[in-house]
Design a protein around this ligand. Structure first.
Ligand code: SF4
Length: 365
């Protein structure tokens, strides 16, 4: 991650990276109106890997490929993969005995691995390595008999997976206000860990209150809120004070997308909305606005952002300036089970972007 400056004008482009002539033709850009486009935005390394894992599994094994839960929390991604033959299920008992199932980027508990093994399922574990890191922390602190305070949202799949690593040692702390109800066995052996996709500021407030209550509280060995979540929040914070409206592209069940909506407001945006697709833009949001911020959650393919820029150009917001606060080049290898099968078949793909593109960057056929 490196920092760079803000305000570089960029021309809107189409899926092939060419200037979007069609958008320019639909409306004359109003020089007073502009879009500030956050960077980084959209796909993170963990999401890209998980989506490519399903794409590669479909190509290599053929449909159907079962996927436990949404592979990532994005409606467009899930619908696109479903159209290609992925079958999304809520749990492993819906997968036929012996069939192949992909575990989502959010991770699963040991109980889910055991249930899959009991049905002789062939698993491909697309858990993001940064979620796996948190699982390992939980296992290690539980082995040392710590009380583990997991800051995160009850019921979120990632939290369920992490909690399942050590259910007798982990309590979930939902918010700063929840701290007053937390009790531990030994206040001198307490550690906090967190979900990867939280608001950095709110999490630090929760930690501050926990430390007031438990002065011996230990920190995790490194940040649990991942680089992608942090970078997207930093970028939206930078542009938000200049914006009449900030539009975040992302699904309602995407934790990091919902956090971006909140962070934009807290950072000074006059209003802040989340949409799944460009069709959800309400023209009333743009009345009287001169600056619109645009960002997208870590599970959002860039094609959806391009659609939003096209739609905004149609409302006179044709001038787009990128606000970049970091550059990301992290990528993860494909899940090892899949890599092994691809290698045995003579397919060299080991990382998502070896082929020079991100998953789902092209429209489904
Ligand atoms: S948001 Fe972070 S933890 Fe979640 S998949 Fe992306 S990189 Fe991994």
């Amino acid at each position: 991650m490196t920092s760079s400056n803000t305000g570089a004008p960029v021309a809107p482009t189409d899926a092939a990276g060419e200037p979007r002539a069609a958008a320019a033709a639909t409306a004359t850009p109003d020089r007073a109106k502009r879009v500030l486009l956050a960077a980084p935005r959209g796909y993170c390394a963990g999401v890209d890997r998980a989506v490519v894992a399903v794409e590669k599994a479909l190509e290599h094994y053929g449909a159907p490929v079962y996927v436990r839960k949404e592979i990532v929390h994005n409606k467009f991604v899930v619908e696109t993969l479903a159209a290609r033959g992925a079958v999304f299920v809520d749990d492993t008992d819906e997968v036929p005995e012996g069939a192949r199932v992909v575990f989502s980027a959010h991770g699963v508990s040991p109980a889910v691995h055991a249930a899959a093994a009991a049905r002789s399922l062939q698993t491909i574990d697309a858990t993001c390595p940064l979620v796996t890191k948190v699982h390992k922390e939980a296992v290690r602190f539980a082995a040392d008999d710590f009380d583990i305070l997991l800051i995160g949202h009850d019921g979120h799949e990632e939290v369920e997976g992490t909690q399942g690593e050590a259910p007798d040692h982990i309590q979930v702390v939902n918010s700063p206000d929840a701290v007053e109800h937390i009790e531990v066995r030994d206040p001198e052996r307490v550690v906090w860990i967190s979900q990867t996709t939280l608001s950095v500021d709110e999490t630090m407030e929760t930690v501050r209150r926990l430390r007031q209550k438990f002065p011996h509280l230990q920190d995790p060995p490194s940040d649990d809120i991942c680089y992608a979540t942090q970078n997207r929040q930093v970028a939206v914070k930078k542009l938000a004070p200049e914006c009449d409206v900030v539009i975040t592209v992302g699904s309602a069940n995407s934790s990091n997308s919902v956090r971006l909506v909140e962070v934009a407001l807290e950072a000074g945006a006059r209003s802040s909305y989340r949409i799944d697709t460009a069709q959800e833009i309400d023209p009333a949001w743009l009345v009287g606005a001169t600056t619109v911020g645009v960002t997208s959650g870590a599970s959002v393919p860039e094609i959806l952002v391009r659609d939003v820029l096209d739609a905004l150009a149609g409302h006179g917001f044709g001038q787009v300036e990128e606000v970049r606060t970091a550059t990301e080049d992290l990528m993860f290898s494909l899940p090892r089970e899949l890599r092994a099968d691809l290698k045995a078949a003579g397919n060299p793909a080991t990382t998502p972007r070896r082929e020079g593109r991100r998953s789902l960057d092209v429209q489904p056929a």
